[in-house]
Structure formats: C-alpha cells, structure tokens
Design a protein around this ligand. Structure first.
Ligand SMILES: [Zn+2]
Length: 110
C-alpha cells in the first residue's frame, strides 16, 4: 500500500452527508487523547501559491491535557489530500478514534 492509499483510507469518511465536510482524527502526543475535528472544505482551505492546490492550517486542543496541536494539510486542485503533518500530535484513522473513544460515529459528516 502506498502513502496515497493510506491517506485515502485515513480520510475515506467523506462519502455521503456533506461533501464539503472533512474530518481529521488526531491524538495528542503528550497524553494520547483522541480528537475529531471537522473541516469545512469550502471555507477553511487557502490557496497554496507556493506549491499549487490548497493548504489548511488547523489548530485544535485536546480536552485532557489541553495541548494545542497544529495540523497542516496540503490538497491538490481537486481537494484531495497530498500531505499532512500535525505538531504535538499524530493522525489516526476514524476506526482508531472510535476504538479509543469507545464510540461509533453514526454519521461522520454531520
Ligand atoms: Zn493531551
């Protein structure tokens, strides 16, 4: 499996619901608390003049140790993710998030 396939898996929760909603799942590097953050693809992406496509900067704070994490995600012109990094945290899959929070997300896009 190449990196792009892994990214598609990570962010595969885009089908159905609002097509402009994207969920990012991360966990805090310090305490391991999982976090789900909704991104509005219409309003939150900026044009990336340096690299082409779009870029998203997202700050999020976990509710346990209140570490502020800063995610940076790059998208191509079709708004598919091409690169992602998060400071003070790590990306996890939706399945991992559900397992860690012991919950099912009924409709991940709302
Ligand atoms: Zn934390």
């Amino acid at each position: 499996m190449n990196l792009l396939d892994k990214l598609k898996l990570l962010f595969g929760a885009r089908a159905g619901g609002d097509p402009n909603a994207l969920w990012l799942y991360v966990k805090c590097a310090r305490c391991g608390a999982p976090l789900a953050v909704r991104v509005d693809l219409r309003n939150e992406l900026s044009v990336d003049y340096d690299n082409g496509g779009y870029v998203l900067h997202k700050e999020m704070m976990d509710g346990k140790c209140f570490t502020l994490m800063h995610a940076r995600v790059r998208f191509d012109n079709r708004r598919s993710i091409v690169e992602q990094t998060v400071e003070k945290g790590a990306f996890i899959t939706r399945e991992e998030y559900e397992a860690m929070t012991n919950s099912k997300i009924p409709n991940p896009n709302n």
